[in-house]
Design a protein around this ligand. Structure first.
Ligand SMILES: [Zn+2]
Ligand SMILES: [Zn+2]
Length: 345
């Protein structure tokens, strides 16, 4: 058995208690996005789906599609993402793959799809799940009551965060009159572990650090490092003008990240004016911070629920155009997260 815990505030006993030694076979580290929407889940209605079908069929009239392969090529090469697919509507949940155990950030509605995927693929138990919470706002915990592996005895679920009231938040959302299934009815072993932002942890084969962020009630970003690769998960964070001070810890936290997942719910105008102090950042600030910190790949996250797929396509294009204006020589890649996106490090 291999304990995956190194020097951290967790004692040997605690480390042993939190890890079964269950080890997922090694592969390159990847990030899979199960939920990417900010604030609340959204879904497509029949009218929106029809509009995509109509747009695709109209575009197809201009092409001769003689085979299945022609159709696939036409979809991938010709149609915009907003027509051939879409950004999805689950709230925040990402999985870091290729680790010793299951590693997740946040428990939004995307967690439900992750759990169903595990159950369908025969991995329902026994296993260890480590879930790192940015903060206890509803859109980051509301998937947990529907996380099927939490109902399976023998599974072990460690829920980490920097808010001491995390367990209370999980309990309250499942208590009457809001919900009929209390947390204790979920028969997996569940532990709530309060982290210290000044410490470094080794969990699931990753080196993990946290940073306090500006958000109503506070939120925390995480950096995960393994084998020379660095992923930063920084959602629900509003950066202010003083972020440009050279001593600001955010630069060190983001510095040289291979992937920065960044809260870009708003446009620059929204973040600077109409939605100032609402606790989120913009795509423009994301580009500027990422370039200044030497980030290799920027993934915009916590997508605005009021935006349809077409608007999000335009948002991504505008962000890429801004990078060209801001830093012409930059080779940084920019993505806009969508449910089902996988990024290999
Ligand atoms: Zn949020
Ligand atoms: Zn929040």
């Amino acid at each position: 058995m291999t304990s995956t815990y190194g020097p951290s505030i967790l004692s040997n006993t605690e480390s042993h208690a939190l890890s079964t030694g269950y080890r997922r076979q090694g592969c390159n580290i990847k990030v899979y996005f199960w939920g990417t929407r900010g604030s609340l889940p959204v879904s497509l209605n029949a009218k929106q789906v029809r509009a995509k079908v109509v747009a695709a069929l109209k575009a197809a009239l201009r092409h001769s599609l003689g085979s299945d392969a022609d159709v696939e090529r036409f979809l991938d090469d010709t149609l915009p993402f907003s027509v051939r697919g879409g950004y999805g509507g689950n709230t925040a949940c990402i999985e870091i793959r290729g680790c010793d155990e299951y590693i997740l950030c946040d428990a939004g509605t995307g967690l439900r799809d992750f759990g169903n995927h595990i159950m369908r693929s025969g991995g329902g138990g026994p296993a260890v799940y480590h879930i790192f919470l940015s903060h206890p706002h509803w859109d980051h915990i509301q998937g947990f009551p529907f996380f099927v592996p939490a109902f399976v005895p023998g599974n072990r679920i460690n829920i980490y965060g920097f808010h001491p009231e995390l367990e209370t938040a999980f309990r309250i959302q499942q208590n009457p009159p809001s919900f009929p299934v209390p947390l204790d009815y979920m028969k997996a072993e569940k532990k709530f572990i309060t982290l210290d932002p000044g410490r470094e942890y080794r969990i699931g084969g990753l080196t993990i650090k946290g940073i306090k962020q500006n958000h109503p009630g506070d939120s925390y970003g995480y950096s995960f490092e393994k084998e020379g690769k660095k992923i930063v998960y920084s959602t629900d964070s509003e950066h202010k003008e003083d972020v440009w001070g050279a001593e600001q810890p955010v630069f060190d936290f983001f510095r040289d990240a291979d992937l920065l997942i960044f809260d870009a719910q708003y446009s620059f105008m929204e973040s600077a004016y109409t939605k100032e102090s609402w606790g989120h950042s913009s795509n423009i600030l994301g580009v500027e911070l990422a370039v200044a910190a030497g980030v290799k790949r920027l993934c915009l996250f916590h997508n605005e629920p009021a935006c349809d797929d077409e608007a999000l396509d335009a948002f991504l294009e505008n962000t890429r155009n801004y990078l060209q204006i801001h830093s012409e020589a930059s080779a940084m890649r920019i993505d806009l997260a969508y449910d089902g996106l996988e990024i290999e490090m």
